[in-house]
Design a binder for this molecule. Structure first.
Ligand SMILES: [Zn+2]
Ligand SMILES: [Zn+2]
Ligand SMILES: [Zn+2]
Length: 159
């Protein structure tokens, strides 16, 4: 029955995505609903390439995916997550505040990117004049729990 559970999850996220598109005045094309629904379900930053692959054979071409992501970012439905210098990563903004995103963690060993949606980070103060901060993003780098445990094992066996 896991298949029908997944289908229900897709229906729910796509209904929510359609409502969010309507709330910012974007047209609810099937492609956009699927794209935003996917980002809301995955709950992690995805590159346009990963988005395109996850949408599967029915996906719009890569250019339309980029264009839709840009439109979502402009309307604040999706944020660019500063977690990878080479690839732009996008994620649904529904777990972010107006002035700050939840923090992210990148594992330097396996490359996993985790959303730390339950971690509270204070807003930075004392930046001084002249800057116009639009959103705070915090990015942590290190070892994920799995890689840290592996590293610990290696250290113990080497001893
Ligand atoms: Zn965000
Ligand atoms: Zn790792
Ligand atoms: Zn995230």
């Amino acid at each position: 029955m896991s298949g029908s559970g997944e289908a229900a999850g897709i229906d729910r996220s796509e209904a929510e995505a359609a409502a969010r598109l309507a709330s910012v005045g974007l047209r609810r094309t099937p492609g956009r609903v699927r794209l935003l629904g996917l980002l809301m379900r995955r709950r992690r930053p995805m590159s346009p390439q990963q988005v395109h692959e996850a949408l599967g054979p029915e996906a719009a071409n890569r250019v339309s995916v980029y264009r839709a992501l840009d439109a979502f970012v402009a309307k604040g439905l999706v944020h660019r997550a500063c977690v990878d210098q080479r690839t732009g990563m996008f994620e649904s903004a529904d777990r972010c505040a107006q002035d700050h995103c939840h923090p992210h963690f990148t594992c330097r060993s396996c490359g996993a990117i985790r959303c730390l949606a339950d971690v509270e980070v204070p807003l930075i103060h004392g930046l001084g004049g002249g800057y116009r901060v639009e959103r705070q993003q915090v990015h942590l780098v290190g070892l994920c729990p799995e890689c840290a445990a592996e590293a610990r094992n290696d250290e113990e066996t080497a001893r």
